[in-house]
Design a binder for this molecule. Structure first.
Ligand SMILES: *Cc1c(COP(=O)(O)O)cnc(C)c1O
Length: 434
């Protein structure tokens, strides 16, 4: 009895302090929605303070591809921590960073030969955009200082990244007056496996050919548009973008922060179209969800252009660049992924998600379901009430975090068919009562 009271009061005081002191992502401190206290996580399960065990459908926002508390990743972190956790990267190098950069060059599309490490996805996007701008400045074409992006895109929360998020669904429209004005093409409409029609790229083509002299780069999420709409589109579109960028002398930045490391069924979503961007951003799953780390890769041409310019170097250098602990875990996570039959595994998850999501279309509240790789999306007719629906999901034993009309999962790759079945059944029980 006593211990139960003690646990209860610990919990309530922790949650009180949480609401008093702590910002959460996109959260209010005046009308806070209570958060759930997680005390540990293991495999695909999140363990809450009250003893509830949840099946995780989010992989902590695309990151925890091997699940939680993985012995191989734990060992990588422990081994590195006994050598050094961090050391500055200016004038100093170390094996974890060099090995990681070599690995990334080897596994990413051909032509991406140089790697800039940073701490988070948004920063990797800032770095990519700065690379593109500095490249053209170095070439004496500083008039090329605009970006072309796609509607329904999401690229992060920092200022340059905000400027290329969808002006409406990208969550940053209120900052219209303070973010740089960029150009936007309509979101692609043709699906991954649907037959291609050139009309889908017509408006993009018109914009890029008109604006080419002021365009530094096109930036897009290849094949999967994430937080701006959870939409999948045709590899033909991506191929056409690559061709048009070459034709009009505009760099192509592929933001693979969500799609990288197998999530779409290919190791990188660019592989669907067999194209190489000039610059690529990686993040999220790069350390298997253990540490915050991101990378921006670029071609030899971009790096040479930048370094042969007036500045003589790329003007960027984060304090925690190349953090050895993060790099060590990233190396272990990538090796773990590549040593598995990840393609067959993602196909298994895709088939299982398709199987279980099929019956959702019979619900009146559901507009559509779609699956690509280890991503499952249920699009509702109207936005869900997050605060309310979150409680119902937890009561069903699943961790899902919808936004707007979208209820979606991108589970850890280690999820078994039974766990996926239970996850989707939990979601179904909640949605069929709406
Ligand atoms: C999450 C995400 C980002 C931003 O990454 P953070 O680590 O949250 O800064 C950028 N682009 C895409 C496609 C993302 O999914």
């Amino acid at each position: 009895m006593n211990s139960i009271t003690a646990v209860g009061s610990h919990e309530s005081s922790l949650l009180n302090k949480d609401q008093q002191f702590v910002w959460h992502p996109y959260s209010s401190l005046t009308a806070p929605i209570p958060a759930y206290e997680v005390v540990s996580a293991q495999g695909v399960n999140l363990h809450l303070a009250d003893g509830t065990v949840l099946i995780d459908g989010m992989a902590s926002w695309w990151c925890a591809i091997h699940g939680y508390n993985h012995p191989v990743l734990n060992d990588a972190a422990k081994n590195q921590i006994d050598k050094m956790s961090h050391v500055m990267f200016g004038g100093i190098t170390h094996a974890p960073a060099v090995n990681l950069c070599e690995k990334l060059v080897q596994i990413t599309p051909q032509g991406l030969d140089k790697v800039f490490l940073s701490d988070s996805g948004s920063v990797a996007v800032e770095v990519a955009i700065k690379m593109a701008f500095q490249y053209w400045i170095s070439k004496g074409q500083s008039n090329k200082n605009k970006l072309l992006s796609l509607r329904n895109g999401y690229h992060g929360d920092t200022f340059a990244a905000m400027s290329v998020c969808d002006p409406v669904t990208g969550m940053h429209h209120m900052f219209d007056q303070v973010v740089a004005k960029q150009l936007f093409a309509p979101a692609p409409q043709i699906g991954v496996h649907e037959s291609w029609d050139d009309r889908d790229i017509a408006e993009f083509e018109q914009i890029i050919s008109t604006a080419k002299d002021e365009l530094a780069a096109v930036i897009l999420e290849p094949i999967v548009q994430g937080a701006g709409g959870m939409r999948f589109y045709s590899p033909h579109y991506l191929k056409a973008v690559r061709t048009l960028c070459d034709q009009h002398n505009v760099l192509l930045i592929a933001d693979e922060i969500a799609t990288g490391f197998g999530r779409s069924g290919k190791l990188f979503a660019c592989d669907w179209a067999q194209i190489s961007p000039d610059i690529m951003c990686l993040g999220k799953a790069i350390t298997g969800g253990y540490m915050t780390l991101a990378a921006t890769l670029c071609s030899e041409e971009v790096s040479r252009g930048i370094c042969e310019g007036e500045a003589g170097c790329f003007m960027h250098g984060p304090t925690f660049m190349g953090n050895p602990l993060a790099c060590s875990v990233a190396n272990a996570s990538i090796d773990l992924l590549l040593s598995s039959d990840w393609q067959a595994n993602i196909r298994r998850i895709e088939t299982t998600l398709e199987h279980h999501l099929a019956r959702f279309v019979t619900l009146d509240t559901v507009a559509e379901t779609r699956v690509l790789g280890a991503i499952g999306v249920i699009e509702m007719h109207s936005p869900v009430n997050l605060a309310e629906i979150q409680q119902h999901f937890v009561a069903e034993g699943v961790w899902v975090r919808p936004f707007g009309k979208l209820v979606y999962v991108m589970p850890p790759y280690i999820s078994t068919d039974a766990e996926l079945g239970a996850l989707i059944a939990g979601i179904y029980s909640v949605l069929c009562k709406l």
